[in-house]
Design a protein around this ligand. Structure first.
Ligand code: UN1
Length: 516
């Protein structure tokens, strides 16, 4: 059995003992105690926000290219510890090890991208309507940012906020999911090891209620200028309302109900492979997980037969072995998922497993890899015959379940792809460019894949959604810079007289015999 870590919040790089202590167990092996966590409270959050705010100005004064060098070093530290970090991700939240390696790679990619952004962070020179006057734009750090993240991507998604925030000269208070504090602490230690001053990223480990109270107090005290949140649409709404009252624009990355449309001309094997990976990878606990497969009637039975065979034959179990998916992230996620199973109706047809619900010795799955009694494992299920009226169509279900709906004409497919009101990711399988482009144009999702799954966005493309999936903010790549900086304009007049914009222009135009 591996080490038990003693974890807590860290303010200015020093562990802060909190109140209540909770035990964190490996969801694939509940005998494996990963960490004892001393939880902070709202006070801890406010103190951390004060400390981050105190550290921000000095960090912003470091030239951006040098901040970029620190991010480059961070990327190298992460790369040198890639396997150890991935093992910790798997041990803490149960994501299969190969996926965990991919997740850590996503952090490295993010560092590589933003390290050189320190040498850009371009502003513009803009022509003036006046002689002897120059206009410029500058990117300024927003200030101190609260970052509140989920546990399904416990290091990649935090890096999407923290890395660009740091390169742009911000400080941050990071509240990771309470079921993923060990990888959070490891990441913060890597940040410190890269030479980024300890006060610039503060770590607060606490529960949702204390976070909400702490966030409210920190906003009221004017300690935060930005909030980044990845998590459920319900909590996202509350955070948006709170931020709105303080005139802070949040960056929100919320739930998804990501449609995957299978057209009559699709390569069905490819579509099945994509549905399997996006429906059941990370046990369906990604924001980009397949939410509803929308299959043309002419290929529906064939698709379902192949998809069912693929799910039935897929290895499920020990995430350190070669499996399609491992355990649920924690008991809370298993409970949430099992509630959705109750929405399977008599008019639905289920397939993919011999049984439903928790995998146990009494409710076994053939070919299970390892001992199901050790962890929190759920049977996969495909639910066919789903329609727009079903709860399983309308809601994010966050677990190993794939609802399947069918359609006759393209407009119907689009209505089903958009009708649930989420708009994060989407996919279409087709060989016809016309269908692909029409889908791109009409789907309301922020991300579209053609002949690829709904998951697996690359680290430098805009990531984010519309409708219930977010507030239009985009993460990753250059687009994230607009979340972590504010534009400042400068107009510099060296004419030696007061030149009045809009008003004195008439004189210049008259001289040139032009009019607008
Ligand atoms: C998430 O689920 O919040 O596209 C992020 C993907 C990953 C990131 C998902 N690269 O599935």
């Amino acid at each position: 059995m591996a080490d038990v870590q003693e974890l807590s919040s860290r303010i200015d790089g020093k562990p802060i003992e909190g109140g209540r202590t909770v035990e964190l167990r490996n969801p694939a092996d509940l005998d494996d105690l990963v960490a004892r966590v001393s939880l902070g409270d709202a006070d801890t959050f406010v103190r951390a926000a004060e400390a981050a705010r105190a550290a921000q100005a000095a960090w912003a004064a470091v030239p951006a290219p040098i901040r970029g060098v620190a991010i480059g070093d961070l990327g190298r530290i992460i790369a040198n510890n890639k396997e150890a970090l991935a093992r910790l991700v798997t041990r803490e939240i149960g994501k299969p090890y190969t996926e965990a390696l991919g997740e850590v790679q996503e952090v490295i990619d993010t560092c590589v991208f933003f390290a050189s952004e320190g040498r850009r962070l371009y502003g513009q020179t803009v022509p003036s309507e006046m002689p002897d006057k120059q206009l410029f734009t500058f990117r300024e750090p927003v200030g101190t940012m609260a970052v509140i993240t989920a546990g399904n991507f416990p290091i990649a998604v935090p890096s999407w906020y923290l890395v660009p925030a740091l390169v742009a000269g911000n400080a941050a208070v990071w509240k990771p999911a309470e079921y993923a504090p060990a990888i959070a602490e490891a990441f913060v230690r890597c940040i410190e090891a890269a030479g980024i001053p300890a006060g610039v990223v503060q770590l607060v480990v606490t529960d949702g209620q204390e976070t909400a109270a702490g966030l409210e107090r920190a906003l009221e005290a004017g300690l935060l200028q930005k909030v980044g949140f990845t998590g459920s649409s319900t909590v996202g709404r509350d955070i948006a309302a709170l931020c709105g009252r303080h005139l802070v624009t949040p960056t929100l990355e919320l739930g998804g109900k990501n449609p995957l449309v299978v057209m009559p001309d699709a390569d069905l094997d490819l579509a099945v492979e994509g549905a399997l990976f996006s429906g059941f990878g990370t046990a369906g606990q990604r924001c980009t997980s397949l939410g509803v497969a929308i299959v043309h009637e002419s290929v529906h039975d064939d698709f379902l037969r192949r998809f069912t065979a693929a799910v039935e034959g897929a290895p499920v179990g020990d995430p350190f072995q070669s499996v399609l998916y491992g355990p649920m992230i924690s008991q809370k996620f298993a409970d949430g998922f099992e509630n959705w199973l109750e929405h399977i109706q008599p008019h639905h047809r289920t397939s993919g497993s011999q049984a439903l619900g928790r995998i146990t010795a009494d409710n076994p799955r053939e070919g299970f890899v390892g001992d199901p009694a050790r962890g929190i494992f759920e049977h996969p299920v495909i639910v066919d015959g789903v329609t727009a009226d079903d709860a399983l169509y309308q809601n994010e279900t966050f677990g190993p379940i794939v609802p399947v709906a069918s359609f006759d004409d393209f407009d119907e497919a689009i209505a089903l792809a958009n009708g649930h009101g989420y708009g994060l990711s989407s996919a279409i399988y087709t060989r016809d460019p016309k269908s692909a482009f029409r889908f791109r144009e009409q789907v309301s999702a922020g991300m579209v894949s053609v002949n690829n799954s709904t998951s697996g966005a690359e680290a430098h493309l805009p990531f984010g959604g519309n409708g219930k999936s977010g507030n239009g903010a985009r993460q990753s790549g250059i687009w994230m810079l607009d979340q972590v900086t504010r534009w400042q304009s400068l107009n510099w007049d060296y004419s030696g007289k007061l030149q009045k914009a809009q008003m004195d222009v008439a004189e210049i135009e008259a001289d040139l015999h032009f009019t607008i």
